[in-house]
Design a binder for this molecule. Structure first.
Ligand code: IPD
Ligand code: CA
Ligand code: CA
Length: 264
C-alpha cells in the first residue's frame, strides 16, 4: 500500500517538476502576488499544486488533501482520513530570484503517522523518498544519518525569521551560540531541502521557527527514517502544529535543544 502511494507521489512530483522547469529563468514575466509580508506566490506555485492534486486525487479520490495554495480538500486533515500534505514549490523566493534551490514536497499522513515522504529537487534531479519503517533514500540509494556526529565540527542548516519577529531575539541568541560551537551555518531558503539534506547527512542538523505543516511533513519522515531525531523546541512531537522544528543526529539534536532552552 505504502509503495503504491510512494510511486504515485513520485509521479506527481515529477509531473509538476516538468512544469516548474518550463518557467525556470523566465520569472521576470511571471505574475507574482504577496500573500503576507515577505510571503510570495507565483502562477507556477499554483499550477504545480493543481498538477500534484490532479495526480493524487485521480489515484486516491477518497483521500484528503492539505495543500499550501488551495487549503483543504475532501476534509483536509480534520479527521483521521489519509491526508496528503503538499508544498508545490518550496523556496519560492529563490525561484523568483533565479536561485536554483527549491523543491516539491509531498507527505502522506494516515493512522496518526507520516507514512510516505517525497522531496524532489528538479534542478539537480535529486529525489528524496521515505516510507515509514522502510528507511530513506536519495535517488533510490539508502541514506543514513551518522549517529556519532556532535555539534563541535558540524555544519547546520537553518531558516531566518522573515515574517514573524516575536522570536527574533531568541533566534539570534541561538545563532550566536551555534556560530561559535559549529564549523558553519547555512540558510539555503528551502526548508524541505534543508530537512532532506539533514537526512542525507549533508547537514548535521537543522532548526527553524514558524514553519508550516507542508514545509515539514515529507522532510520529517525522511529525517526519522534516516535515523535522526526531530522535535519541536520543547523536545516534544508537536512540530507539525507549532511549526518550530529542530532535528539532527541524536547528540546534535540534544546539544541544540540545550542551547534553545538555555537561550529562551
Ligand atoms: C519557505 C521556505 C523557506 C523557509 C520559509 C518557508 P515557501 O517556503 O521553506 O526556507 O524559511 O519558512 O515558508 O514559502 O517558499 O514555500
Ligand atoms: Ca514552503
Ligand atoms: Ca511553497
Amino acid at each position: 500500500m505504502n509503495t503504491a502511494m510512494l510511486n504515485t507521489a513520485v509521479r506527481a512530483a515529477r509531473n509538476a517538476s516538468g512544469l516548474i522547469k518550463r518557467y525556470m529563468g523566465r520569472t521576470d514575466s511571471l505574475k507574482i502576488d504577496q500573500k503576507h509580508l515577505n510571503d510570495f506566490v507565483t502562477e507556477v506555485d499554483k499550477l504545480s499544486e493543481q498538477e500534484i492534486i490532479g495526480t493524487l486525487s485521480e489515484a486516491y479520490p477518497d483521500h484528503a488533501i492539505y495543500a499550501e495554495e488551495s487549503g483543504k480538500h475532501n476534509k483536509g486533515d480534520d479527521d483521521n482520513k489519509p491526508t496528503w500534505i503538499i508544498d508545490p514549490l518550496d523556496g519560492t523566493t529563490n525561484f523568483i530570484h533565479d536561485i536554483p534551490q527549491f523543491a516539491i514536497s509531498i507527505g502522506m499522513k494516515a493512522e496518526g503517522h507520516l507514512q510516505v515522504g517525497v522531496i524532489y529537487d528538479p534542478v539537480r534531479d535529486e529525489l528524496f523518498t521515505a516510507m515509514r519503517g522502510d528507511g530513506a533514500r536519495l535517488n533510490n540509494r539508502k541514506i543514513r544519518i551518522n549517529p556519532n556526529t556532535r555539534l563541535q565540527g558540524s555544519l547546520l542548516g537553518t531558516g531566518f525569521p522573515y515574517y514573524q519577529y516575536d522570536h527574533l531575539d531568541h533566534y539570534l541568541a541561538i545563532l550566536k551560540e551555534v556560530i561559535t560551537k559549529t564549523s558553519g551555518v547555512r540558510r539555503p531558503g528551502s526548508a524541505a531541502l534543508d530537512l532532506a539534506y539533514t537526512a542525507a547527512g549533508r547537514f548535521d542538523g537543522f532548526w527553524e521557527f514558524n514553519l508550516q505543516a507542508w514545509d515539514i511533513a515529507a522532510g520529517a519522515l525522511l529525517v526519522q527514517e534516516a535515523g535522526g531525531i526531530i522535535t519541536d523546541f520543547n523536545g516534544e512531537h508537536d512540530y507539525m502544529q507549532t511549526g518550530d522544528v529542530l532535528c539532527g543526529p541524536p547528540r546534535v539534536h540534544q546539544e541544540l535543544l540545550d542551547i534553545i532552552r538555555a537561550t529562551a
